[in-house]
Design a protein around this ligand. Structure first.
Ligand SMILES: NC(=O)c1ccc[n+]([C@@H]2O[C@H](COP(=O)([O-])OP(=O)(O)OC[C@H]3O[C@@H](n4cnc5c(N)ncnc54)[C@H](OP(=O)(O)O)[C@@H]3O)[C@@H](O)[C@H]2O)c1
Length: 263
């Protein structure tokens, strides 16, 4: 752990922390001094990342969680509060792209699942974390969104619409958190080399169509994939005291150096 790191003394709750962007963020927050709860459904993954963090002398607690399940979210927060303390950093990173299909071919249960995980999950976690943040008069919530919220991509209505809803949740939470020193931001992490991209490349052309198939393959073939540590750095910065002025904004990975330069 970094002695007196920028997140020293904080308790952070990171959803989707078993791999990809969430795991990289959990590692970095812990390295910078936070005690970190790692939440996701796949127990082996969160246990493995937590073990890796603990072996470096930092504090990590794996907690099994489905963000779409209200009871699971409540139980998890209760355990984290009891074992680590009051959560004042929340990273709503867990997300699902679902199967990218045109609206006419999307099953209602797939549409609902995208919203349940990508928006309702963030709402449920924020609802649990907010009272403790208000009592501490300090909090940071970072919602990991996607540029698909702003740029329409044929075949990605459920994902794009759910991330657009997440962005509006971010803006409203920022207004509500302001009197309590709670800053709420969103992140467009770019195209990141994670399981989500790997899975997207694996969908056959016959299932998702030629255009999307070429797009996902092109990200890899043209070297556009960024390492998860890059968005993790932006997310960690948004958890610092300096980030209060950014509350309500949705920030692209490419803006990191510029916003750091302004502080
Ligand atoms: N990779 C990209 O290019 C990219 C681009 C834009 C935005 N994003 C966003 O970045 C975030 C992280 O994605 P990633 O690329 O790092 O993907 P990833 O490597 O597939 O990781 C996703 C994480 O979310 C967890 N998760 C999924 N559903 C969950 C649920 N219902 N409850 C709890 N945890 C759940 C997964 O664990 P379990 O399956 O074990 O639960 C996993 O730990 C997502 O919100 C995604 O939309 C990614």
């Amino acid at each position: 752990m970094t002695e007196g790191g920028i997140h020293a003394g904080r308790v952070a709750f990171v959803t989707g922390a078993g791999r990809g962007i969430g795991a990289a963020t959990a590692r970095l927050l812990a390295h910078e001094g936070a005690a970190v709860a790692l939440a996701a459904r796949t127990e082996e993954e969160i246990v493995s990342v937590a073990h890796e963090i603990s072996s470096r002398g930092c504090t990590a607690l794996p907690v099994s969680l489905d963000v779409a399940d209200e009871d699971s979210v409540s139980a998890c927060f209760e355990r984290v509060r009891a074992e680590l303390g009051n959560v004042t950093i929340l990273i709503n990173n867990a997300g699902t792209p679902g199967v990218p299909l045109p609206v006419a071919a999307t099953r209602p249960e797939e549409w609902r699942r995208a919203f349940d995980v990508n928006v309702t999950g963030a709402f449920l976690c924020a609802r649990e974390a907010l009272p403790g943040m208000a009592s501490a008069n300090w909090g940071r919530i970072v919602n990991v969104s996607s540029a698909a919220a702003r740029h329409p991509v044929a075949g990605m209505a459920a994902y794009g619409a759910s991330k657009a809803a997440l962005d509006q949740l971010t803006r409203v939470l920022a207004l509500e958190g302001e009197p309590y020193g709670i800053a709420v931001t969103g992140v467009y992490p770019g195209v990141v080399d994670t399981r989500m991209q790997e899975d997207s490349r694996g969908f056959g052309q016959e299932l998702i169509g030629k255009q999307l198939h070429r797009m996902f393959r092109g990200y890899r073939d043209f070297g556009m994939l960024r390492p998860p540590e890059e968005p993790a750095e932006l997310i960690s910065y948004l958890c610092t005291p300096a980030a209060q002025r950014l509350s309500g904004f949705i920030i692209r990975l490419e803006q990191l150096e510029a916003i750091k330069g302004e502080s």
